[in-house]
Design a protein around this ligand. Structure first.
Ligand SMILES: Cc1cc2nc3c(=O)[nH]c(=O)nc-3n(C[C@H](O)[C@H](O)[C@H](O)COP(=O)(O)OP(=O)(O)OC[C@H]3O[C@@H](n4cnc5c(N)ncnc54)[C@H](O)[C@@H]3O)c2cc1C
Length: 411
């Protein structure tokens, strides 16, 4: 069979590496090299997968975990590790069961995958952007625009595998083209939004660059929790906040629009309210002339303390010995239970992954084939499946690719 794979990213490369040699496989990518996004993963070290048990893995999958289960069972993280070891990538397990190549270079992972695909006889066509797909009788006709010569050509395939990725980090080539092709074939596309990304705040903090461990939750205007409280490292950015705890929070947030919500921040998650009260009494006794800034400073970094003074509404000039009951309450609520208005998610340009995509209702979970169009398959981030950071998203790409490849290899 002649199989056209659109996208030579993590999913497309894995699929081509596992497809039976008897098939004639061509991979198209608009970039001049394979796996442009793969090279960015894990800060260039590539967090390949995660070796937690299946149940825990599925808990980390925030969208359509039930659908993903059969693909995960088809190609579990241990299978990915064995596969990479077999193609020459030694691996090591780091904290939180995350798996990295021992050599610590994403380029080696990409090169090994590409070599494995070439050894299976796959042909790569780079700087080749697919601009149209038509179904003509039993075949697919792909219109390819050569980005070097600007010439168009049409190529016929028995099977087409869409591995075009999501919308995030479009500089890597994933610009959502697959959604347009799929909707032309009647596929529903769940509206996309950035995920595993930072948040922009309504009011600037001017704390850019500081990092602090916080407890975070998204709450509505009535302070009802929309996400559970997460604790971890938070980083202040130019427009808002980012970091692992914010990534987890944006992944747990189910709605598309976040702009009407607030972020509830506990700047001292390791202190109980009683412990803070005791510490405050001691501070007041020992340094009665200290202003509010110095009180905050005892708990948080300097730049954050400055900002907390601003949002607390407590007079900058008042000595702590003269704090009223109401001012003490303001202090507690600012440091333990601050509410800041969210403006939006950070842009899709800098988001790690895309939430949304091809509705899995129209996909057969046992082989990733479209239920609407025979011989059309969807693998990787194009699908409406996403997970937390930690190697889970690449495993989604690998497992869906393997499920598709194993099924096609039997034909
Ligand atoms: C900065 C960053 C760090 C990350 N780190 C990790 C990590 O450490 N671990 C982890 O598990 N996940 C990580 N991820 C997520 C992970 O990279 C993605 O989930 C994964 O790459 C998705 O693979 P994919 O093959 O589905 O899509 P992509 O890797 O996006 O590949 C899609 C390919 O399709 C091509 N394409 C698109 N449209 C067309 C077209 N019309 N014609 C031709 N070609 C086309 C694109 O050029 C692209 O090469 C990270 C993401 C980012 C942005």
């Amino acid at each position: 069979m002649k199989i056209g794979i659109i996208g030579a990213g993590a999913a497309g490369l894995m699929c081509a590496s596992l497809l039976n040699k008897k098939h004639e496989v061509v991979l198209f990518d608009k970039n001049s090299t394979a796996g442009k996004k793969l090279l960015l993963t894990g800060g260039g070290r590539c967090n390949l997968t995660n070796l937690v048990e299946v149940d825990e893995f599925l808990e980390s999958v925030k969208q359509n975990s039930e659908f993903f289960l059969s693909a995960l069972q088809e190609f579990v993280p241990k299978d990915a590790v064995d596969f990479f070891n077999k193609i020459g990538i030694e691996t090591q397990v780091e904290n939180n069961s995350r798996v990295f190549p021992k050599i610590g270079r994403a380029t080696d992972v990409r090169d090994a995958l590409q070599k494995a695909a070439l050894e299976k006889g796959a042909e790569f066509r780079f700087e080749s952007s697919i601009i149209n797909i038509e179904k003509i009788d039993k075949n697919f006709a792909l219109t390819v625009l050569c980005l070097k010569t600007h010439k168009k050509s049409i190529h016929q395939f028995d099977v087409v595998i869409m591995a075009t990725g999501g919308m995030s980090y479009p500089i890597t080539g994933s610009t959502g083209d697959g959604y347009i092709f799929a909707s032309k074939f009647g596929h529903r596309v769940i509206p996309t939004r950035p995920a595993l990304c930072g948040l922009q705040l309504q009011n600037p903090t001017r704390v850019h660059g500081s990092t602090i461990t916080c407890g975070i939750a998204v709450v509505d205007g009535n302070f009802n929790h929309i996400t559970k409280k997460e604790t971890g490292e938070m980083m202040f950015t130019k427009n808002g906040i980012s970091g692992p705890v914010i990534f987890r929070t944006t992944s747990n947030f189910k709605q598309k629009n976040i702009s009407s919500y607030f972020l509830q921040i506990d700047f001292v998650p390791h202190y109980t309210k009683n412990e803070i009260e005791e510490k405050l009494s001691t501070l007041i006794k020992e340094n009665p002339k200290d202003k509010i800034f110095y009180v905050f400073r005892k708990f948080v970094p300097q730049a954050v303390a400055n900002w907390l003074v601003e949002i607390s509404g407590i007079s900058k000039t008042k000595s702590c010995a003269n704090f009223t009951f109401a001012e003490k309450q303001k202090f507690f609520s600012t440091i333990k239970d601050a509410h800041v208005k969210i403006k939006d998610f950070d842009s899709i340009e800098t988001a790690t992954i895309t939430r949304g995509g091809i509705d899995v209702v129209d996909i057969n979970s046992s082989n990733m084939q479209s239920k609407l169009i025979k011989n059309l398959f969807f693998i990787g981030e194009i699908l409406d499946i996403d997970a937390l950071s930690g190697g889970f998203n690449l495993q989604i790409a690998f497992s869906t690719a393997a499920t598709c490849a194993n099924w096609l290899s039997q034909l």
